[in-house]
Design a protein around this ligand. Structure first.
Ligand SMILES: Cc1ncc(COP(=O)(O)O)c(C=O)c1O
Length: 386
């Protein structure tokens, strides 16, 4: 006679594995809500090249973000490469080593030499007090990053740029919807470049945009992102293909409807982390800087010397507990093989960035993250059993 296993009869509900917690998950509209847009695309057969969804998305984005002009892109990286082309940047550009590699890669794609300058220990953005010493006769621009969506010291950076006649291009990949004391942070510098990648607070699967001050600069950027074409038979520059498709633009329009709610949900998680970690010795949370409205895209913590575990041991502990955290940004850009030979990549030039890259962990944060999941993350950081 066949024996029924005890396990089959009484499944081990009580020992269920804890669910995986992701570091981020995209917030999407319902598929049903997207179908009418897809139907329109299928009916019109207009798939790209500045179609109706593209035009409407650009206009609605300008209104939402509080900016003058926007040129949509396939992604932020092509946007950065194009922004440098649009302003005819050459020679050397001052930038941060504490960012995603695309920031510096966009310079190499233009044959420009990156010059790394250290970051501010509080904001983790380019330290304005160290910029002037890095300027040479070859310097033509500064490319700062609003790291984690925290605004750079835009006024001091602009003052330096004005004195030395430099352009400023912000890598604003993290800064969707961020407002500082004088309105959108995206209105600073000559150009700002956004990312709508799947991991960002606002996503169109892949996507990006350049925020431009006026129609003239937008027009040049529009030519550059369309192979340099100005009409059917005229090509004015060795442009690239950076055009956003109708699919991504239609999705973006729908995403705009949910973005305020998504940011509010992120804000509540940020608050819960801050309260839960307030008294944990050795864990430092970044303070919100001079901003009126954050987008809470990331929740970085710095694991300091008085915490009982090293950053990497803590990272492993999270992984062992099925919680995905990220060492973002580690390694520094300046440590990758194509950059480490530069004089500005030298160890003693970037002490703050080096220290922070060894301490940072980004904790899970996304609109669908439940309170009990946030508490599980906090529990890993606060439990005394190591
Ligand atoms: C600071 C920064 N710059 C640029 C990029 C590149 O963005 P995209 O993936 O849209 O090209 C990213 C993406 O993660 C980023 O974090």
């Amino acid at each position: 006679m066949k024996q029924t296993s005890l396990l089959t009869k009484f499944p081990l509900a009580a020992t269920r594995e804890p669910e995986t917690i992701y570091v981020t998950r995209p917030e999407l509209p319902s598929l049903e809500a997207f179908i009418p847009s897809l139907q329109k695309i299928w009916d019109s057969k207009i798939l790209t090249n500045g179609g109706p969804f593209h035009q409407e998305f650009e206009q609605k984005l300008c209104e939402y973000l509080g900016v003058n002009q926007i040129a949509l892109f396939t992604n932020c990286t092509i946007g950065l490469v194009t922004a440098l082309q649009a302003l005819r940047i050459t020679g050397e550009v001052i930038t941060t080593p504490y960012s995603f590699v695309a920031t510096a890669h966009s310079l190499l794609w233009n044959g420009i030499k990156p010059v790394f300058v250290d970051i501010d220990p509080e904001t983790l953005n380019l330290d304005p007090s160290k910029i002037e010493a890095a300027i040479t006769p070859q310097t033509t621009a500064i490319m700062p990053v609003h790291c984690y969506g925290h605004p750079c010291d835009v006024e001091r950076i602009q003052a330096i740029a004005d004195i030395y006649g430099l352009k400023v291009i912000y890598d604003a990949a993290h800064a969707f919807g961020v407002q500082c004391h004088c309105g959108s942070v995206l209105n600073h510098g000559d150009l700002s470049v956004l990312s709508f990648h799947a991991t960002k607070a606002f996503t169109t699967f892949e996507g990006g945009a350049i925020v431009c001050p006026d129609e003239k600069s937008r027009q040049r950027i529009n030519h550059l992102k369309n192979f340099g074409f100005v009409d059917e038979v005229t090509v004015v520059a060795p442009g690239i293909n950076g055009k956003m498709s109708e699919f991504n633009a239609a999705l973006g329009l729908l995403q705009l409807e949910g973005i305020d709610r998504a940011i509010a949900l992120r804000g509540a998680i940020d608050k819960r982390y801050r309260e839960g970690l307030r008294k944990v010795a050795g864990i430092r949370c970044l303070q919100p800087v001079d901003e009126i409205r954050s987008n809470y895209s990331y929740f970085p913590i710095l694991v300091q010397g008085d915490y009982p575990l090293s950053r990497d041991a803590l990272y492993q502990k999270f992984r062992d507990n099925d919680i995905n955290v990220r060492r973002y940004f580690y390694p520094l850009i300046s440590d990758f093989p194509m950059y480490r030979g530069l004089p500005s990549a030298a160890h003693n030039n970037l002490p703050v960035a080096r220290k922070v890259a060894q301490q940072v962990l980004c904790l899970p944060i996304y609109p669908g993250l439940r309170d009990d999941q946030v508490d599980r993350v906090i529990g890993i950081l606060t439990e005394r059993r190591f």
